[in-house]
Design a protein around this ligand. Structure first.
Ligand SMILES: Cc1cc2nc3c(=O)[nH]c(=O)nc-3n(C[C@H](O)[C@H](O)[C@H](O)COP(=O)(O)OP(=O)(O)OC[C@H]3O[C@@H](n4cnc5c(N)ncnc54)[C@H](O)[C@@H]3O)c2cc1C
Length: 397
């Protein structure tokens, strides 16, 4: 059996790993010239953690892990207002929580992929023809590739989804925020952070900075805006939205204009009535993006890859496998999407009063015996995988 996977991100590389184990020939098509090195930190727990364990990746993931004792919330003068105890978050996840940069996760997945999986960088798919018994993809270099299955694992703005299912706006649920992230070098700003993760929250806006390896700092921004359209210049947009915040923000914004690779996007979820059509299916953010507000997109991308490979392995036909995959994963993804929408006001509170309430809850939860106050916020949306009743993929634990 042969699969073409469009997108060598978290979902695509994980699926390539599992299909390769199951004896498939795999071809990955990735638009970027190399592995994308986007600069934002992810919390990794729940279903994805379980799958990473089954893939034997935990030792590698522990190498790229950043131990985070706490996230400190400061005011415009940089004074500490409250903090979120990450040890508590970790305990509530039964110790099964890691933090790393998305780019580092992708590197680990790539490193663990067998050489038999082929990958073409700097390429995309221009057309798809679904036939009775196979599918043909026309690449942008004019080559045609046939396979038993084409998987669109190409993220929220999926090309495969557009080619096979239609325009993005039908499936795009804008949640009312824009987000941005980038990394830069600044020794003075790094020293100010004193090794900790620090965030500033004002109504409808949040900015955070944290030191990362290579003497760098990672910056993260999220703000509410009714204006869904992306700005032409992310740098100018960030300047105009966050420029007045004070503290370390102006210094960090200067680096955004200095050629830093800036990730800037809408905060959105993808909601589709069907994830597959004929010999084409979608995976990860392409069909069930939960958004950064749910904090589990990477985790669910890996979980989806595992479930898809396992469903295909245990089905008499591709169509049956695709139906099993969707039946199993859809309710989990929908619950996580709901949880993400619920936590939006906690992450980016809309008023000063809501910020004060959040900070008060964080302070009170710091007293002995009161940590349960944070349990709903820190665990209610955790996606987990009950073991499907199907045989596991061969050669995998
Ligand atoms: C700021 C932020 C914070 C987040 N925090 C967390 C968190 O704490 N925990 C968590 O689990 N998740 C988090 N997420 C979500 C997580 O990063 C995504 O859900 C996850 O990366 C989705 O994986 P994916 O492989 O489906 O898509 P992606 O990671 O987007 O990968 C898609 C791949 O497809 C490629 N591609 C795109 N278009 C094409 C094309 N036309 N042709 C070929 N290739 C293409 C891309 O270059 C990329 O390599 C966060 C996201 C953001 C933005």
């Amino acid at each position: 059996m042969r699969a073409i996977i469009c997108g060598a991100g978290v979902a695509g590389l994980s699926l390539a790993w599992w299909l390769d184990r199951a004896g498939w020939e795999v071809l990955l098509i990735e638009r970027a010239p190399g592995l994308r090195d986007d600069g934002y930190m992810i919390d990794f727990f729940g279903a994805g953690y379980d799958v990473a364990e089954r893939m034997g990746l935990l030792p590698d993931l522990k190498q790229i892990h950043y131990p985070i004792p706490e996230i400190v919330y400061v005011d415009r003068q940089g004074r500490r207002g409250a903090s979120l105890d990450y040890d508590l978050f970790c305990r509530l996840q039964n110790g099964r929580l890691l933090n790393f940069m998305r780019g580092d996760l992708v590197q680990v997945l790539f490193k663990n992929l067998s050489e038999s999986a082929a990958i073409r960088f700097g390429r995309t798919i221009d057309a798809v023809e679904i036939r009775q018994d196979d599918v043909e993809a026309l690449l942008d270099d004019g080559r045609r590739e046939c396979a038993d299955l084409l998987v669109g694992a190409d993220g929220t703005h999926s090309r495969v989804r557009e080619l096979v299912f239609g325009m993005e706006q039908q499936f795009f649920r804008y949640l009312g925020y824009h987000t941005a992230a980038y990394t830069f070098e600044d020794q003075a700003l790094r020293r100010e952070l004193q090794g900790s993760f620090q965030n500033i929250t004002v109504p409808d806006r949040e900015a955070g900075f944290y030191p990362i390896r290579g003497e760098k700092v990672a910056a993260f921004f999220v703000h509410r805006t009714a204006h869904q359209v992306l700005p032409l210049s992310p740098h100018e947009a960030l300047e105009s939205v966050y420029g007045d915040l004070g503290w370390l923000v102006p210094a960090a914004l200067r680096h955004c204009g200095n050629g830093a690779q800036v990730y800037y996007d809408q905060v959105a979820q993808i909601v589709m009535p069907q994830w597959s059509r004929g010999r084409v299916t979608l995976l990860g953010d392409a069909c069930y993006a939960v958004s950064l507000l749910a904090g589990q997109g990477a985790s669910l991308a890996m979980a989806g890859a595992y479930i898809l490979a396992r469903a295909l392995h245990n089905s008499a036909s591709i169509e049956e496998g695709l139906a099993r995959y969707e039946n199993y994963l859809r309710p989990i993804a929908e619950r996580t999407q709901q949880a993400g929408r619920r936590t939006a006001d906690w992450i980016v509170p809309p008023t000063r009063l809501r910020i004060a309430i959040r900070n008060a809850v964080l302070r009170i939860a710091g007293f002995p015996g009161l940590s349960w106050l944070l349990r709903p916020a820190l665990t209610s949306g955790t996606a987990s995988l009950a073991e499907p009743g199907w045989a596991s993929v061969p050669n995998a634990s």
